[in-house]
Design a protein around this ligand. Structure first.
Ligand code: AMP
Length: 121
């Protein structure tokens, strides 16, 4: 699968679409999810063209990977959920529910989050 430069998060990073940004540096951007599933629901993205966690973990440089995860931890602390508890989700491919094919990590918190996944029928 090729990276699609017209995915919605690529458009946000190019400034073609708005976002409710909480953090940005030269390697990482983070913004509020437009359909929040918890009081805190923030998406954190490396700016490099990585389709999913699989791509990022295989092809991201050590510097990119370190910078990314340091920002995730900082945001969780800044938004108070490191204290109260939070969940990180990275969906890889459609079986996991990935909708946007630019790697992003969900930070979810601010309330009890319930079971990790919905049991299969
Ligand atoms: P995933 O299913 O892991 O690919 O998650 C994609 C997430 O992106 C969903 O939670 C959407 O609500 C969220 N989303 C889609 N479009 C936007 C947008 N323009 N700004 C912020 N979040 C978005």
């Amino acid at each position: 699968m090729q990276y699609d430069p017209n995915n919605v998060f690529a458009k946000i990073m190019r400034g073609e679409l708005p976002c409710d940004k909480v953090y940005e540096d030269d390697q990482v951007i983070a913004f509020h999810d437009t359909d929040p599933k918890a009081p805190v629901h923030i998406l954190v993205l490396p700016k490099g063209r990585y389709i999913s966690f699989d791509d990022f973990s295989a092809h991201g440089s050590p510097g990119e990977i370190t910078a990314f995860f340091q920002v995730v931890g900082t945001i969780a602390r800044d938004f108070g959920v490191a204290e109260t508890g939070y969940r990180l989700i990275a969906n890889h491919k459609t079986a996991a529910g990935q909708e946007v094919d630019h790697f992003h990590l969900h930070i979810l918190g601010g309330r009890p989050l319930g079971p990790m996944i919905t049991p299969a029928n």
